[in-house]
Write a new protein. Structure first.
Length: 67
């Protein structure tokens, strides 16, 4: 059975899809070179200025096999 290790990247307000720039293509390429693969994106919802719920991406979870 494969044992996994995990890396969590928490995103600031606005998140990855909301224009946050802390997760770049270069960072994702670096993670891929280190054998990390995206396992899931943790999402939530907040109220927008108009009062409607707005879906956000709060964190990205990566995994790779333990050595």
């Amino acid at each position: 059975m494969t044992a996994w290790e995990y890396k969590i990247i928490e995103l600031s307000d606005g998140g990855f899809l909301g224009g946050g720039d802390e997760v770049s293509e270069a960072l994702l390429n670096d993670l891929g070179e280190d054998r990390w693969e995206l396992a899931t994106a943790l999402t939530g919802s907040r109220r927008s200025l108009g009062g409607r719920p707005k879906s956000t991406t709060d964190a990205l979870v990566f995994k790779r096999p333990k050595e």
